[in-house]
Design a protein around this ligand. Structure first.
Ligand code: C3B
Length: 831
């Protein structure tokens, strides 16, 4: 470790502490310098990918200077840090976001133009960083954006997967997965830090330490090494730059020369391959846990490197251990990093020589835990034998945590054996399982849900025993939010300039509640016309995107009805496509004249299914089969089009979301913890068709229930239907029955293939109450159509809703966490 900058050349110090000039000439020169040196390009062989690389690396250099300045600044004021630990960061693209954040988009666009390229094309050269599945990963990305923009001393920690979320192709209507080789191209948005790496152990056995009276030693372990890559997070309109530190497993030193020399070539690399596997690929499961050994190892590699790094960073403050929780807050994004609790406890006892109680008090003052789902199949549990094999010391620590916890419960509720069995971190199944959510609760000072209804539900259901033990105050709500930078300003510049006009300046981008000013323009004819024109423009852009990706022509005069999210039974894309079949039948039975009088509709789907999720993949096939029939039916023409856009990802969402007239968020009540795209759609002037679930409930509270199309049973009614035999015996209503008949007729291909989908939409197989909600769903669709015919009324609702979304900025979520959970303060970096 170099001591300090005193021995460094003063020119060096000067150079890094000065901001680079912001003029076009400087920018152009920096791009050309990079192209000709780093990328070895000449004017003859430069392409638009190169233009992207040159510009992106040039921007990165600006970010890195600020990243270091920010970190030094927070060191100098000894700020308490927050670390957001997440196995997923669904970042998407960074280039456009970075230019906007630094206020240099015009300058870069002109430089790119001088080089002979168009900015839109250059932006499209960037590959998404898709290190996440869906909502949970995208939330983490919005949160680090907000931390940076609101000047908080906060970083994200995650894994640098070599392969991110798979690329989805649609072949003959079926999903086919292809690997996401996102690191094939140079990645401007990461900076390798070989000097920051940590050893991480697996397997082996534990023995009582000879020198440490409280501790154990971990012997005969296999040792891997995790190395840091820093991903700078640009703050909009502030010098503050945040960071996501991603770990990658180092492998080169594991090459076995002895085996190589004896001719065992594959044996020589066996250890390298095994190590490489650890950070090779993101598990493509959203809301689903399958208990795989490799996943456990990924989680532990992540957790161990992160906790070691957090401790190393803390130690540079020179403060005593008693100050740790005053200097560090750690947020666990779901249970995926929950082993961090056992890891910190282990390090404090085994390496730092602390007693159990002192260590445990530090641990529980440091961690907080966010729960994102109540779906039973998503709950992480690890088989105890597997834990014991891979992490023997941690299993011991978890047993002890559990023992002390159960003793505490026993004192509070003597002789309640059922309670002890229910609440134990170790489930007495065969084999035994460690329940990670319970470990996370016991090891944290706060537990939060992600929308009010969800936070209430977890207290009443899956965590109710813990509320009895800890009292209600440990359990809080922090409603999710989304970053207005990406989800309005960047993806919809046309709308952004209208908001800027209404507000008077662009301060709404970091203070989103100011968008309420829009409400004052709701009766302004000229403003209303331009509002509508923006929507039309975004619909035309999406229509072009659909033409390019699917080859389908859609009319931008139609109502754009969009459902984009992971494909899951609980999200009920199935109910949507069944209603499309119903609509198609209805149109078929009309006279051509009557058909013309209907509101034409484009129904858009997009989303990935986990590769092992059979029913979800079958739903994709049904959607595509229906689309084939409907889109090629001459009688139907533009009255109805059905589109499945392949490979839904962040950059696709940025095109799709601004173009909705209506978007669907129709999960079975009580199953969608929050949802976040619902917020994005409304901010972009789209209306919502939804169930009384997740953040839909709070969106309704904010915009007013007359603005939104809600339907379906309520969360507290769901179990009645789910488990009611009498209900299972009731046949589906005639509308749904007619849809089943159409499928069974073979119109969409082999009807047997789709039988499983019919089976899970009625009777005992209808776990997500498709048949229960279907009639009210159809009525809600009718109401949407009625309103769409009244353009004035529609535009009014669109403006009012967008104006009332201030609460759903992730800046507000982060302020809530900072105040109620982390106890940290923002400070604008001064360097
Ligand atoms: C998701 C939930 O399904 C969404 O309702 C929620 O909005 C987001 O998290 C963010 O809170 N979620 C997910 O994407 N993956 C999981 N494993 C669990 C929840």
């Amino acid at each position: 470790q170099p001591k300090h900058s005193d021995h460094l050349n003063s020119e060096f110090v000067d150079y890094v502490s000065k901001e680079l000039p912001r003029d076009e000439k400087t920018i152009l020169t920096s791009i050309i310098t990079l192209l000709s040196s780093t990328f070895f390009k000449t004017p003859h062989n430069t392409t638009s990918v190169d233009a992207y690389n040159g510009a992106a690396f040039s921007i990165r250099n600006r970010l890195l200077r600020r990243l270091d300045g920010t970190d030094q600044f927070f060191n100098s004021i000894k700020a308490k840090r927050v670390y957001y630990m997440s196995l997923e960061f669904l970042i998407g693209r960074t280039f456009d976001n970075a230019m906007l954040a630094l206020g240099l988009k015009n300058e870069y666009s002109n430089a790119i133009k001088t080089l002979g390229y168009k900015m839109e094309d250059v932006i499209d050269e960037e590959r998404d960083a898709a290190l996440g599945n869906g909502g949970l990963g995208r939330l983490a990305a919005c949160f680090v954006d907000s931390l940076a923009c609101s000047n908080y001393p906060g970083w994200g920690y995650g894994l640098r997967y070599k392969y991110g979320m798979f690329q989805q192709q649609i072949i003959n209507g079926y999903q086919v997965e292809a690997p996401d080789c996102w690191l094939d191209n140079p990645n401007p948005w990461e900076f390798p830090r070989p000097e920051i790496s940590y050893k991480v152990k697996f397997y082996g056995n534990v023995a009582k330490s000879a020198s440490n009276p409280h501790g154990y030693t971990w012997e005969n372990a296999v040792e891997y090494e995790a190395m840091a890559f820093d991903v700078p997070v640009p703050g909009y309109g502030t010098k503050n730059v945040g960071n996501i530190r991603l770990w990658s497993c180092k492998t080169n030193h594991l090459f076995d020369l002895n085996r190589f020399n004896s001719g065992d070539y594959s044996g020589a690399t066996a250890n390298m391959v095994a190590a490489d596997m650890l950070t090779n690929v993101l598990y493509p499961n959203d809301n689903h846990n399958n208990g795989k050994e490799l996943r456990l190892k990924q989680e532990y590699l992540f957790v161990s490197a992160t906790i070691q790094d957090v401790i190393a960073r803390f130690k540079t403050s020179g403060k005593a251990w008693s100050e740790f929780s005053h200097m560090v807050a750690i947020q666990l994004n779901d249970t995926h990093p929950a082993l961090g609790i056992a890891e910190l406890q282990r390090i404090l006892i085994d390496d730092e020589g602390m007693e159990w109680d002192q260590a445990w008090s530090i641990v529980t003052k440091t961690f907080a835990f966010t729960n994102h789902t109540i779906l039973p199949e998503a709950m992480e549990k690890w088989s105890v034998p597997m834990l014991g094999k891979i992490l023997p010391r941690h299993l011991g620590i978890i047993y002890d945590i559990n023992l002390f916890f159960l003793q505490h419960v026993e004192k509070l509720y003597p002789n309640d054996r059922d309670l002890l069995a229910r609440i134990s971190i170790i489930e007495e199944s065969s084999p035994q399982q460690a329940r990670m959510a319970y470990l996370a609760i016991v090891g944290s000072h706060h537990v939060n849900g992600v929308a009010q209804i969800h936070s209430d539900i977890i207290k009443d259901t899956i965590f109710s025993d813990f509320v009895k033990v800890y009292g209600p105050d440990k359990f809080v709500n922090v409603t999710n939010g989304v970053a207005p930078r990406r989800w309005v300003n960047q993806c919809n510049p046309e709308l952004a300039s209208l908001i800027t006009e209404a507000v008077g300046d662009d301060s709404w981008v970091n203070h989103y509640s100011k968008s309420s000013k829009l409400e004052e323009f709701v009766d302004d004819e000229d403003f209303r016309r331009r509002w509508w024109e923006v929507k039309q423009t975004k619909k035309e852009q999406l229509a072009r995107y659909i033409k390019n990706t699917c080859g389908i022509e859609v009319s931008s005069n139609a109502l754009f009805d969009i459902q984009v999210k992971r494909i899951h039974e609980y999200k009920r894309q199935l109910m949507n496509i069944l209603s499309v079949i119903y609509r198609y039948n209805k149109l078929k039975n009309m006279s051509p004249q009557m058909r013309k009088e209907q509101v034409p509709r484009v129904v858009v789907f997009a989303g990935k299914a986990a590769s092992g999720y059979y029913i979800a993949k079958l739903i994709i096939k049904l959607i595509n089969s229906v689309a084939d029939v409907v889109n090629n039916d001459k009688d139907i023409g533009d009255s109805l089009k059905v589109v499945f856009i392949p490979d839904y990802c962040v950059s696709a969402a940025e095109v799709i979301i601004p173009a909705s007239d209506i978007s669907q968020h129709i999960s079975t009540a009580g199953t969608e913890a929050s949802g976040t795209s619902n917020m994005k759609f409304v901010m972009n002037g789209g209306l919502i068709l939804g169930t009384v679930d997740g953040a839909n409930v709070e969106i309704t509270e904010e915009v007013g229930d007359e603005q939104i199309f809600m339907f379906g049973v309520l969360a507290h009614e769901v179990d009645d239907f789910r488990y009611n035999q009498r209900y299972h015996a009731t046949p589906p209503d005639s509308a749904l029955q007619s849809v089943f008949d159409t499928i069974r007729s073979g119109l969409f291909g082999n009807p047997n293939e789709f039988n499983p989908l019919i089976e899970c939409s009625h009777g005992a197989g209808d776990n997500y109450l498709v048949s229960v909600d279907f009639p009210s769903y159809l009525m809600a669709h009718d109401a949407v159509e009625e309103l769409y015919k009244d353009n004035d009324a529609w535009v009014t609702k669109s403006i009012l809703c967008a104006a009332r979304m201030g609460k759903f900025s992730s800046d507000r979520s982060i302020d809530d966490y900072a105040e109620n959970i982390w106890n940290i303060e923002p400070t604008a970096a001064d360097f």
